[in-house]
Design a binder for this molecule. Structure first.
Ligand code: 5GP
Length: 342
């Protein structure tokens, strides 16, 4: 639908290596033919489903394809360009710094390269503002998390405001989020905004309770927060008291089978409460989607009008980790574009 492509949008939950399109994967495969990787190993095609565990295997394959600074630069620039082509005006990318002994890539040079890609896109005049969240992979434990926070803090202080926050992600069935509290608290104290994957799988009530006490600035997924799906009213109360926005990714949750169907998605629960939500892609490459598609899916699944969807996309501006001056510029952009679409 052209309307949702043309509608200006804010993307707040996009993992860099999960956002790589097939055309970029093809370029990477040409660089590394010895890996013998096929498309169905890097993406979950339409109509297909995988377990969450299988989804995490897909990231391992993609990481094999992207292991040099050169790869990261190309991937990040392609991803930013493709989001811009889909009408995204403000993008918060998130990515886990990786090192590779063979290619000499370090966690620092990894982040530096993503920032370089953001700079280059800006200089090329793309109509999109991009900011970065540094991801902590929960599988790696608190020591690595502490180092990652330090890295994020260094970049936040040294690079023209490109790094704005920290993300907690990685396989939710591994480790306990509570162990990472010291690192997350440190990030919060030094001024990094926090977006935490929370209640992504069932029975994480204790963990979610601890993480919500920090409290985070945004929540990723929050699929199993509410009591109807085994969460707890106390969790819902906390989220509502703090008015913490939820980042919701319909296709990702359905293809990863944490949600049984589009119409059963928890978007409806929170939307009906008038709680802040933002529609996102999660991994547009892996799940073969686009942000415009996700808006259209939400509209058709829950019978929401174009005006209602516009309003969701506009409100998302206030949930970004951007400075107030940029939020104002974005509001102005939405205001100017509105008449051309309605
Ligand atoms: P990267 O951080 O390498 O740019 O993006 C891929 C990584 O993002 C994965 O290895 C994983 O740690 C994280 N990720 C991507 N999608 C999801 C998701 O749906 N749930 C969680 N918990 N983590 C994810």
């Amino acid at each position: 639908d052209l309307f949702y492509r043309q509608m200006p949008k804010v993307e707040l939950h996009a993992h860099l290596n999960g956002s790589v399109s097939f055309s970029t994967i093809e370029k990477l495969m040409a660089r590394k033919p010895h890996l013998n990787i096929e498309h169905n190993m890097t993406a979950i095609l339409s109509g297909q489903k995988r377990t969450l565990d299988e989804c995490f295997q897909v990231f391992k394959v993609i990481h094999q394809l992207i292991d040099t600074e050169e790869d990261i630069l190309m991937v990040a620039k392609d991803v930013i360009r493709e989001f811009a082509e889909d009408g995204v005006k403000y993008l918060e990318l998130r990515t886990t710094p990786r090192e590779d002994k063979n290619t000499g890539m370090t966690k620092r040079s990894y982040v530096q390269t993503v920032i370089e890609a953001i700079r280059q896109c800006k200089n090329e005049g793309l109509d999109i503002e991009v900011r970065l969240l540094v991801s902590v992979d929960r599988r790696h434990g608190v020591e690595v998390a502490m180092k990652t926070v330090k890295l994020a803090e260094d970049f936040m202080r040294s690079t023209d405001g490109f790094v704005v926050g920290l993300d907690l992600s990685g396989d939710p069935t591994v480790g306990h989020g509570g162990d990472l509290l010291p690192a997350l608290q440190k990030a919060k104290n030094c001024g990094l905004k926090l977006s935490l994957h929370l209640s992504e799988v069932p029975s994480q009530v204790d963990e979610s309770e601890l993480l919500l006490n920090i409290p985070p600035d945004r929540i990723g997924h929050g699929t199993f927060l509410h009591p109807e799906v085994g969460g707890a009213q106390s969790l819902v109360d906390k989220v509502m008291k703090n008015n913490t926005p939820l980042e919701l990714c319909l296709t990702s949750n359905v293809k990863g089978q944490t949600v049984s169907s589009y119409s059963n998605h928890h978007l409806l629960y929170w939307y009906q409460k008038g709680h802040p939500i933002v529609i996102c892609t999660d991994d547009r490459g892996v799940f073969c989607t686009e942000l415009s598609k996700e808006y259209q899916l939400a509209a058709s699944t829950f019978s929401l009008s174009r005006e209602a969807m516009w309003s969701l996309s506009q409100k998302a501006i206030d949930f970004t980790f951007a400075p107030d001056s940029l939020k104002q510029q974005l509001h102005q952009k939405w205001f100017e574009l509105h008449p051309s679409l309605f």
